[in-house]
Design a protein around this ligand. Structure first.
Ligand code: BGC
Length: 539
């Protein structure tokens, strides 16, 4: 199947972080039975599918991204039969299901690592990346872990170091090893056989490294060093090795054995993102590249304009404005003093106008702000290492609020959920927003419906991208339809000359109560945009 023909193109996905979605068995952790109960809420948004974050057996050191068995379900989350019911129930509601596939590393509790760390011989000896120490006992090179410190940890039994790009309890798999790669391809086939519609493939840029283990060059810094050490190197040898494309091709060959299955690969935010999007999504590779590229930049017209024009095929991008790894967009980007509901409507309009795939993170439909946690409440090891300068990712991982008046907002019947539900999230609870026709939830439903109703918004090519000051404008063009999207990213009024499109007619974008609409002047030549307001029109 050509990438452009896949269902993923133009689709809107909803990201489920199952540990925080809904706890059905009352142990304080979200589970797959909870996902099952919440599917109607997701279907009511009008999305095309869900991406479910890891639910595999795991010691939860990295909250599921440390997998101890790739072909089972963690007992706290359910079992394979529960998963099958989730799949069936999602499909019955017309929702596709893609799951996280963590191919690049395992938990140190995985049986492969337990065996591999014991001895330099045996069938699993090369399943991970092992290297001798430098003559002075230091690690084999200067590579750093994303979460802090060296990327190498000493294993006394083998008298060797092992590589880990993330936690030391997440040893990196050696995908250069044929048997290792084959195991992971068979894992993909295992889930495809069960009927999943595809994968969100975790941390693709870390799949392969320089086999000679050459050191990374220093990036250098001016003044004070940055908080996160990982930012001090040019990551030219520890990651993003050209052989990654071969791994993706092998995976694609597996996916193509099944009808309509898709590969969505997560790219890092390292420089060269546009080239990697093009390389990884060229025919025979990924169907789309999931990136937080724009989410990690300041909010404004230019980063979006650059992302839209930086690749030949912006339809190969899967955009997300928030996820479980970054601060929620509404807190990260809200200008000081601005109205969050108005900003929410702006984000919804922008999101729904973007080409390719769009991915909404659970809670984003509720305009949920970041949770501020005390140091003692932190779970994320990344945050614990860098506290207080960087407070980690827990602030965007707190449980979804379902019922405003219930304990822990109805997320769990346990006395304490694994992360607290902030009191400020009550006002955002699903039952409360369900009852508000002009609230954030209604805004997302209506805006997503607009995307579905207009072939240009869903499948159209991108044209005429402009960033004029704070105003982002671009067109989406499909056969028989041309939609102009205009986004005023500033908390100040703005204008855009409609020049060659004087007869543009507005589409009906939802607005929060009291927010004035953008309007075209009587002569049809100028669009007048109130602060933080979007306008979509048929051009
Ligand atoms: C996931 C993170 C995780 C990391 C290591 C990612 O990019 O989204 O949550 O910590 O991979 O698996």
């Amino acid at each position: 199947m050509a990438n452009t023909a896949s269902w993923l193109r133009g689709a809107a996905l909803y990201q489920i972080y199952p540990l925080s979605f809904l706890d059905a068995d009352g142990d304080g952790w979200g589970d797959l039975e909870g996902v099952l109960s919440g599917l109607d809420h997701i279907a009511s948004l009008g999305v095309d599918g869900v991406w479910i974050c890891p639910f595999y057996p795991s010691p939860l050191a990295d909250f599921g991204y440390d997998v101890a068995d790739h072909r089972d379900v963690d007992r706290r989350m359910g079992n394979l039969a529960t998963f099958d019911r989730v799949l069936e129930a999602a499909h019955a509601r017309g929702l596709k299901v893609i799951i996280d596939l963590v191919l690049g590393h395992t938990s140190d509790e995985h049986p492969w690592f337990r065996a591999s760390r014991r001895s330099r011989s045996g069938p699993l000896a090369d399943r991970y990346v092992w290297a001798d120490p430098a003559p002075d006992g230091m690690p084999p090179n200067n590579w750093l872990s994303v979460f802090g410190g060296s990327a190498w940890t000493w294993e006394p039994r083998r008298r060797q170091y092992y590589l880990h790009h993330f936690l030391s309890s997440q040893p990196s798999l050696n995908l250069h090893d044929a048997a290792c790669l084959q195991e992971m391809l068979d894992t993909a086939a295992f889930w495809l056989e069960r009927g999943v519609d595809g994968f969100r493939i975790d941390a693709v840029d870390f799949f392969a490294h320089d086999p000679e283990l050459r050191p990374n060059p220093a990036l250098g810094w001016q003044g004070e060093p940055p908080v996160k050490l990982f930012g001090l190197q040019r990551h030219v040898h520890d990651m993003m090795h050209p052989t990654i494309r071969t791994v993706l091709e092998r995976l694609r060959a597996v996916a193509d054995r099944y009808e309509g299955r898709v590969l969505l690969g997560e790219l890092s935010s390292q420089p060269g993102g546009s080239q990697r999007i093009a390389r990884y999504t060229a025919p025979g590779g990924l169907h789309a590249a999931y990136t937080l590229g724009v989410a990690k930049q300041p909010f404004g017209a230019r980063p979006f304009a650059e992302a839209l024009t930086g690749v030949d095929d912006p339809g190969a991008i899967c955009w997300s404005l928030s996820n479980h790894d970054v601060e929620r967009a509404i807190s990260r980007w809200l200008p000081d003093g601005a109205d969050p509901e108005r900003f929410n409507a702006l984000l919804a309009a922008l999101f729904c106008a973007l080409p390719g795939t769009v991915c909404l993170y659970q809670g984003e439909e509720l305009a949920l702000p970041r949770a501020t946690l005390a140091q003692a409440e932190l779970r994320d090891p990344f945050g614990k290492t860098y506290w207080p300068e960087f407070q980690g990712r827990d602030g965007s991982r707190t449980p979804l609020p379902w019922r405003a008046d219930a304990d822990h907002c109805g997320f769990t019947a346990a006395s304490a959920p694994w992360l607290p539900v902030p009191a400020a999230h009550r006002a955002h609870a699903i039952d409360r927003l369900d009852a508000r026709p002009d609230g954030p939830l209604a805004v997302w439903r209506t805006t997503l419906a607009l995307r579905r109703a207009h072939p240009a918004l869903r499948h159209g090519a991108v044209a005429a991208v402009e960033a004029e000051g704070a105003v982002l404008a671009f067109e989406r063009v499909a056969e028989g339809e041309r939609v102009l999207a205009v986004i005023n990213t500033a908390d100040a009024p703005a204008e855009l000359s409609l020049k060659h499109r004087p007869r543009a007619t507005p589409l009906d974008l939802p607005r929060p109560a009291g927010a004035p609409p953008a309007e075209v002047t009587a002569d049809g030549r100028t669009l007048v945009l109130p602060p933080l307001t979007a306008w979509l029109g048929l051009a």
